[in-house]
Design a protein around this ligand. Structure first.
Ligand code: B1M
Length: 800
């Protein structure tokens, strides 16, 4: 029986750690583990045998890092094929006598995909494709993508695996103590995206110990019906005498494994620190259990990197924001032509704040490279807001590019019943795991009657299902005609909505405002028609969420149609109104002040445009120090606040940090216009383990500006290096910056060493984590809250 036949139908035990056991067998520190597949094959095979004897039904190949980027780090970039083929051969030879299955292990690349990092989707895809091809060719039973923290990277891996061969794939993520991956993805979103891309099972591995994974596994069980893999570490890693130790006992791991089965898991194993003893205990505790059957209905689900939105046939209707569409909007058209995203960002934020759950993105401006324009818009919006995106284009190439770069499950706007549309759009939705808005028109145009529109919808649904797109991923748009021109069209649209929902069981959406063209007070007509459509069963509408009347109609109708039971959402909205819903807006764009532009650019990580905003601010006569103090620093502090509150995630922190660094590099020469006379030597560094250097760089420039000879050693600097340079250069002052509570502990160590060696050198400390009281406690000679203060303290210490 194949893995596909067995998964989810029986409990399967997966093996434990490979790395831990390779080290026990003598793998030297810093050596490439996958190289042992060719140089120490018996050692690798022995480890497989130990797990098989312990009862593993599935063993994983020693190929976690056998991908070109990672092998290149060891000088083995050319050995992808050799190492993978050898690994599978060893695992199959070991597994065969036990009748066990072999999973081809694939780990992440260790680089962020754009826009969080520099790696493109295509580059990531190529590498995963190369490794997956080798694993498939060598005959693995399944591919296991494990320890992924970035959903964008998992998307590239899953698309590559599907192209590499007809092979079942398990997508396993690593979640931290917050219950999210380090780029902010929650378990439901991980499941929705991975399932959309064809994963046969979803998993969680590594991360933390089994105890911390309980809530993640429960959430996975409630979010998907596909099988679940759970392979925790043997407890939280601890460092003892410089070695990483995992303390969870086999019996405890086994008890947790049994409880994971209750929550829906049917593939149980272990990650770092687990040994054959752990696997034996897990086997003992789960072998008599049966997988729990799960068959929940979820409706249509779309997702951004950090959030899933469900559109359910009887749930609260959803607003899809329509404003990121240049049709009839001169300012947005100009912005798209100029390659900017200021209005796009502003309108994205405003729509979400007004209640849009999903944002439609359209860049249809004539004479513009729409692939590039779509990339700019999608990247700007996906970093800024958590609402999933609806990719709106008539060009399949533009749609495909957007689906590649989007780090979630998008909805395509749209497919229709025309043969060309079905042939081009359905394969894209299938390949990139997207949902679909299906327009009820075909080669003959828009059918006049509800019955005919239902027939077109049926055709689209059947064709979609034939290529493997599930029915619940389709939302049918029954199309509304202009009531002033074709009054008989409105009842047909309403009838069609009800019929589609009843006959096909899909959800429905509508671009509501088409109905009112050519009439005065269009908002009134739109709202009245919208209420009727909601009564007919409409589930989602593409509208301007900043039109108060439309959002109020949606909320009130949800109560009246029995879709907002006990009016809970309605009451919550009414209570939280505080002016969030703004009245209908004109096309006019309110200009931001230069300082507001800069603040927003840092907040949204707009590193592409920040320099032009700074140039404008300087041209407008703003002082460089004011640009820093009144816009950039408040911006980055707000990012830090949101990150601390769990509203922003690592990618946003990184983008904002890069934006800040870039702006500072531009401002540096403006700020560094100080006196030639030297006042003293300062050795400056961000301490060991800490890579925050924005504040330290400002301090550096300010000190230099005031005549100090600054030797800036950079960030993450070793204690000994700082002392050595200070000694060699006979520095009067050592300046230490630390932004984390975990890294500021190096400061007292440096001060103690200076005292021990009797160096004549004063220490100033600073950085967000450091307080005046801490500085006193550790015996620092000076503390400064900001760069201006740092200059004052430094001058005081050299007697000026
Ligand atoms: Co990180 N980060 N970060 N981060 N980051 C903080 C510091 C954090 C407080 C955010 C939060 O949770 N709210 C938190 C630390 C929590 C703690 O320990 N208490 C944090 C974390 C957790 C992390 C990571 C662990 C995230 C992760 O990976 N999960 C990771 C750590 C990496 C590491 O260092 N090992 C990380 C990574 C990053 C980025 C790389 C993405 C980026 C840094 C980019 C860079 O510096 N090149 C980043 C950023 C940008 C921040 C925040 C948002 C902003 C820091 C900053 O630049 N502030 C920060 C939140 C915050 O501080 N509010 C946060 C603006 C800067 C001008 O202020 O550096 O304080 P500051 O400097 C001031 C003064 O303090 C003073 O003068 C400067 C000018 O006025 N000053 C001195 C500074 N040094 C001085 C020295 C002196 C005197 C004065 O004498 C010598």
């Amino acid at each position: 029986m194949t893995f596909r036949d067995r998964v989810g139908k029986e409990i399967l035990v997966v093996d434990g750690a490979m790395g831990t056991l390779l080290q026990q067998k003598g793998l030297p520190s810093g050596w490439c583990p996958e190289e042992w597949n060719v140089s120490q094959p018996e050692a690798v095979k022995d480890i497989h045998r130990l797990y098989l004897e312990a009862g593993a039904d599935i063993i994983t190949t020693n190929t976690f890092g056998a991908i070109s980027t990672k092998l290149e780090e060891y000088g083995y970039g050319h050995s992808v094929r050799d190492f993978n083929l050898a690994a599978v051969r060893l695992a199959k030879e070991a597994a065969q006598p036990f009748g066990a299955m072999v999973a081809g292990s694939v780990g992440p690349l260790g680089k962020f995909l754009q826009p969080l990092g520099t790696l493109s989707f295509d580059e990531a895809y190529q590498q995963f494709y190369e490794q997956c091809r080798c694993l498939v060719e060598a005959g693995v039973d399944l591919i296991l993508f494990e320890t992924f923290g970035d959903i964008g990277e998992m998307r590239a891996a899953l698309v590559a695996a599907a192209d590499a061969g007809d092979i079942p794939v398990v997508a396993s993520f690593t979640f931290d103590e917050t219950g999210r991956t380090f780029t902010g993805t929650d378990p439901e979103t991980a499941a929705v995206v991975a399932e959309g891309l064809g994963a046969v099972a979803i998993g969680v591995n590594c991360s933390v110990g089994p105890k911390q994974l309980v809530s993640v596994v429960k959430k996975l069980g409630q979010s998907t019906n596909i099988p679940i893999l759970v392979s925790p570490n043997a407890g939280m890693p601890e460092i003892v005498d410089g070695r990483t130790v995992f303390r969870e006992m086999p019996e405890t791991m086994a008890q947790y494994a049994a409880s994971f089965v209750e929550y829906g898991a049917s593939l149980l194993g272990g990650c770092c620190g687990t040994t054959p003893e752990h696997i034996q205990a897990i086997k003992g505790s789960v072998k008599h259990l049966q997988p729990v059957k799960r068959s929940r209905q979820f409706g249509l689900r779309v997702a951004s990197r950090v959030k899933t939105v469900a559109i359910e046939p009887n749930g609260i209707p959803v607003a899809i924001g329509e404003r990121l569409n240049p049709t009839g909007k001169k300012a947005l058209q100009a912005e798209i032509r100029e390659g900017k995203t200021e209005i796009t960002r502003r309108d994205a934020l405003a729509q979400v704040q007004s209640g849009a759950a999903i944002l439609d993105v359209n860049v249809g401006v004539g004479g513009v490279d729409q692939i590039a324009a779509m990339e700019r818009a999608v990247n700007a919006v996906q970093i800024l807001v958590d609402a999933p995106l609806c990719i709106d284009s008539t060009d399949p190439k533009v749609i495909e590019h957007a689906l590649k770069i989007y780090h979630g499950k998008a909805i395509i706007n749209s497919v229709n019943g025309e043969e060309h549309s079905l042939e081009t759009i359905l394969p894209l939705a299938k390949k990139y795991g997207a949902a679909l808005i299906a327009l009820t028109l075909d080669d003959a145009g828009i059918p006049p009657t509800a019955v005919e529109r239902l027939a077109v919808a049926r055709k689209i649904v059947e064709r979609a299902e034939a290529v493997g797109i599930p029915r619940e991923d389709i939302m049918v748009d029954c199309l509304v005609l202009t009531v002033s021109a074709q009054p008989e069209g409105v009842p047909e649209t309403l009838k069609a909505i009800t019929m589609v929902k009843r006959e096909l069981g899909t959800t429905t959406s509508l671009g509501v405002s088409n109905v009112s063209f050519g009439l005065p007070n269009r908002g009134l007509i739109n709202a009245a028609f919208f209420a009727m459509a909601l009564y007919a069963g409409l589930d989602a509408a593409i509208l301007n969420p900043q039109e108060q009347r439309m959002m109020e109609t949606l909320r009130a109708s949800a109560v009246l149609c029995g879709r907002d039971m006990r009016a809970e959402q309605y009451i919550a909205w009414e209570q939280s109104k505080d002016g969030r819903v703004t009245p209908a807006k004109t096309e006019e764009v309110k200009a931001f002040t230069p300082l507001e532009m800069l603040y927003n650019a840092v907040l949204s990580g707009d590193k592409d445009n920040i320099i032009s905003y700074i140039e404008k601010a300087i041209t407008d006569g703003l002082a460089p120090m004011d640009i820093l103090d009144k816009a950039l620093i408040p911006g980055i502090e707000e990012v830090g606040k949101k990150y601390g509150e769990g509203k922003f995630f690592l990618p946003q922190l990184m983008m904002a940090g890069e934006t800040m660094t870039k702006s500072f590099e531009r401002l540096r020469p403006e700020l560094a216009k100080g006196p030639a006379k030297k006042t003293g030597t300062v050795v400056l560094a961000t301490v060991k383990g800490d890579i925050h250097d924005i504040g330290k760089n400002i301090v550096s420039v300010m000190l230099a500006n005031h005549g100090f000879d600054v030797i800036d050693l950079g960030k993450n600097v070793d204690n000994q290096e700082i002392i050595k340079v200070a000694e060699e250069r006979q520095a009067e002052i050592i300046g230490l910056s630390a932004l984390m509570t975990t890294t500021m502990i190096h400061m007292p160590q440096i001060i103690d060493t200076i005292k021990e060696r009797g160096l004549n050198c004063k220490v100033i400390v600073g950085g967000a984590a450091v307080t005046e009281q801490y500085a006193r406690e550790i015996g620092a000679h000076g503390y400064a809250e900001d760069a201006v203060e740092a200059v004052r303290v430094a001058k005081e210490l050299v007697g000026l």
